[in-house]
Design a protein around this ligand. Structure first.
Ligand code: TXA
Ligand code: MG
Length: 318
């Protein structure tokens, strides 16, 4: 396994590996992805292998332009067109009926495919150099925290991936928002693009329900994003247990000193965008600190706060 700085030469090597049917980890503005040539089913299978991901879990396909999405979507509705014009490149994944050329391993047998155009220059350059859309879930073992740095990928996947392109920490830090286009449009996963901004363009969006099994988006599985350490969302005032090593995830800078073993602050000023960008990094640190339990403060459920609470609730329902 090689961690390579995302220079033009190394991006070319990454693209060559993709063309040769290998898997490559690369940065996006949301989280790091683990990519393969979408039209090479064996290469896509390597993703599931590396992630030890259940087969029912379909992959998000990354394109370098709206034009390239036409290779994947069978039709692009007027509603989809509005969203693409407004929000691509960016943290919005659209689910639409797929073309027959898209292998079923990519969509887990569904007749729809999830596609997005990342705003990260390394992702765009890699897809262009590979000359094919790249299927890529987050580059973490199934059910574990999403990686927001190249080090997270290396620590979690190690030798299961041959090349990791290092483009620094991810700006947004939570996965893309997933929307099934249609009448009504359905939010399958809250994420980096706030729901309010989508509704401003296309009106009311139906919220998909979290379901326990055979979910439409496995990101909807209640326990999908989990640290190994038990996590509890606190309701104040909390009685911190004695004789236990306590990790504490604070939304803002605490008003008074807390008697905990390890403290992580999502955003000193209580800024939700900064909190989202720090979420997985803070959870990784708490999880690696050998605590008995992690207490997490709730954040306001507006804008990116919805995606943050979604992740925390999943981590807590483990
Ligand atoms: O920000 C992101 O979206 C990151 C970066 C790497 O782009 N990717 C990501 O992929 O989060 P992943 O595989 O961890 O999450 C993909 C989600 C899954 O919950 C999957 O079930 C859902 O997208 N999905 C994919 N295809 C779908 C489809 N046809 N219908 C419904 N959900 C779909
Ligand atoms: Mg994931």
């Amino acid at each position: 396994m090689k961690v390579l700085k995302a220079t033009p030469a190394n991006i070319r090597d990454g693209a060559q590996a993709i063309r040769a049917g290998d898997i490559v980890a690369f940065p996006t503005e949301t989280v790091y992805g683990l990519g393969a040539d979408v039209f090479n089913p064996v290469a896509c299978a390597k993703i599931f292998e590396a992630k030890q991901r259940p087969q029912f879990d379909p992959l998000i396909v990354h394109v370098e332009s709206p034009k390239q999405a036409e290779l994947l979507f069978s039709t692009i509705s007027p509603q989809a067109k509005i969203l693409i014009d407004k929000f691509w490149p960016g943290p919005l994944t659209l689910v639409l009926p797929k073309r027959p050329e898209v292998p079923p391993i990519v969509t887990a047998g569904l007749d729809t495919v999830a596609v997005r155009m990342s705003s990260h220059p390394v992702a765009i350059a890699l897809i262009k150099a590979a000359g094919t859309p790249i299927a890529a879930p987050s580059a973490n073992p199934f059910g574990y925290l999403s990686p927001t740095t190249a080090e997270h990928v290396r620590d979690q996947l190690g030798d299961r991936v041959s090349i990791i392109l290092d483009g620094g920490p991810c700006q947004i830090g939570v996965e893309s928002t997933i929307l099934r286009v249609g009448d009504p449009p359905v939010l399958l996963r809250p994420g980096g693009l706030p729901l309010e901004e989508i509704e401003r363009e296309i009106g009311k969006v139906t919220i998909g329900n979290p379901v326990a099994s055979a979910p439409e988006a496995p990101g909807q599985l209640k326990s999908h994003y989990s640290p190994r350490t038990p996590l509890t969302i606190i309701t104040d005032p909390v009685q911190l247990p004695l004789g236990k090593k306590i990790g504490y995830l604070s939304f803002k800078k605490p008003a008074h000193e807390l008697t905990v073993n390890k403290l992580e602050v999502l955003s000193a000023t209580g800024d939700l965008r900064e909190a989202a960008a720090n979420l997985f990094t803070c959870l990784h640190r708490l999880d690696d600190a050998g605590m008995d339990i992690i207490f997490a403060e709730p954040v306001p459920e507006e804008g990116l706060g919805r995606a943050i609470m979604n992740r925390l609730q999943k981590a807590a329902s483990r």
